[in-house]
Design a protein around this ligand. Structure first.
Ligand SMILES: CC(=O)[C@@H](O)[C@H](O)COP(=O)(O)O
Ligand SMILES: NCC(=O)COP(=O)(O)O
Length: 239
């Protein structure tokens, strides 16, 4: 089974645009779980432009499924937040400060020693670690030397090539990377720009995926189709 973790960043973006508490991010997390999501993902950024650090603490209190916190551990504030809230999984993403959204994975060869150290900190606290990587076999092999439990394949490249009509070409590097991860006994997650048009094809080619985290497209679909219906539609793509 591939788990669906709903990324609720975009609920917070909308809330923050007006101040106040509408929409309520906590309610979004509760609803996602009630509507069938297998987990909730948040990516608090240092500028707190969407999910705030306090949101993470509040969401921790109501989680009944799996909680996944994403972020760059070069920020001490991020490390402290993760160790305080102890999610089921932390996903390490090498974003620069103020970056619009995530746009690359770790260079697991260049940053091997750093990753070994920081992954060790989270694992010592009993938190499963996943690291965000591009679909490149060498990066997967590098990841296997860091002690990470899982890798998350950065799927923006897949999504844009799929949208151009090159579905097989789009998925092929991901299949190679996924197979190598499996051989190396790494768990496998995927995310970024996955949506209702491209998710099923991705899952069909990589059936042993552990988890996808989906936010932007899912929240956009929820505006048109309703949140409960949308979560169910995404779940169906993974069946
Ligand atoms: C790691 C990843 O691909 C997503 O978490 C993405 O970074 C979402 O973050 P934003 O919602 O800030 O775009
Ligand atoms: N890890 C990817 C994620 O949480 C959501 O990415 P997106 O669906 O908002 O592009």
């Amino acid at each position: 089974m591939t788990k669906l973790s709903v990324n609720i960043n975009k609920f917070a973006t909308l809330r923050n645009s007006r101040g106040g508490n509408n929409p309520d991010v906590l309610r979004a997390a509760i609803n996602a779980q009630q509507f069938g999501a297998d987990g909730v993902t948040v990516h608090p950024r240092p500028d707190e432009r969407h999910i705030r650090y306090q949101d993470v603490r509040d969401i921790r209190e109501i989680i009944t499924t799996e909680f996944n916190i994403e972020g760059n551990p070069t920020e001490q504030k991020f490390i402290d937040l993760v160790l305080e809230t102890k999610p089921h999984q932390v996903t390490l993403v090498p974003d620069a400060l103020g970056q619009l959204t995530s746009d690359h994975g770790w260079d697991t060869i260049k940053h091997k020693d750093y990753l070994i150290d920081i992954i060790g900190v989270f694992k010592k606290a009993g938190i499963r670690v996943s690291i965000f990587v591009d679909p490149v076999v060498e990066m997967i092999e590098g990841a296997a030397l860091t002690g990470t439990d899982r890798v998350e394949l950065y799927t923006e490249g897949y999504a844009s090539a799929f949208a151009s009509g090159n579905s097989l070409e789009a998925v092929t590097p991901y299949v190679h990377a996924a197979n190598r991860a499996k051989e190396l006994k790494l768990g496998l997650n995927a995310g970024h720009d996955l949506d209702l048009t491209n998710l099923k094809y991705f899952k069909q080619h990589i059936p042993f995926l552990d988890e996808v985290s989906i936010g932007h497209a899912l929240v956009c679909d929820a505006i048109y189709l309703g949140f409960e219906n949308t979560v169910q539609l995404y779940k169906r793509q993974l069946a």
